[in-house]
Design a protein around this ligand. Sequence first.
Ligand code: BTN
Length: 275
Amino acid sequence: MDESGMSCQRSDQEFDLGRLRREAGLRQLEFHPELPSTNDRALELAAAADVEVPALVLASRQTAGRGRGGNRWWSAPGALTFSWIVDAGRIGLSTRQRPKLSLAAGLAVCEALQGLDEAGGARGVAFQLKWPNDVFLEGRKLGGILVEAPPGRPGRLVVGIGINLNNSLDSAPAEVRETAVSFIDVCGRVLSPTEALIRVVRHLRDCMEQLAEDAEGLLQRWEERSLFSGSLVLLDLGSRRVAGMCRGVDIDGALVLQTEHGLERFFSGVVRRFE
Ligand code: BTN
């Protein structure tokens, strides 16, 4: 771990930890060259009485990254993998709004990367969202979000984020290459990981605050980036599949589908385009 606040340089990824600490509004920062999972470490920290939030656990490399639904999260050097620990109550997020936090986090990642990409004078690629919180680029998954809560600390949440930023998928397992994408492979440019992280963390805070004050406005912005709105989709519910026209998300963050039974709302499932 390096908590020195100095620039931390490795052959694969360089983070300016001092800048990160100053500019990302963090009260605590833990950097690890390698960890099994930043969410596992963040859950430990979040359960401790003396953690100062917002806090960030950052790793250059994860050896056992976790995804939603018990999936593994493949991450290679150059990927951004981190977990943000926050106190939802302190941000003013009511219990009712908390299930929407993962949607807000997906939006934060999209808007942060969009801003960074365009700030570099690029033509700008479109970062989109697949319900509930997958970040997509060019029709493939660029990043994922795993929100978890530590036991015994109501209000504290861990928002784990993985983004394929400067890591090529050339060395990824075949099943990852089939569905995923990385920024460097699509755009051929390296983005500053420090700058990307600062922007994402700031957007996370802003999106959480907007969720607390104006959930409708936030969901409207989410909708503008929705990959499948207006498309025919298949929702995989595990035991059954539902086909319908995607009508976006409602005020509760539910996915709304126009099915053969009318407008239906769903709170879980995996969405696929109906081809
Ligand atoms: C998903 O799309 O299934 C969610 C993937 C979340 C991956 C990130 S990487 C940083 C953090 N640590 C983990 O072990 N998982 C999350």
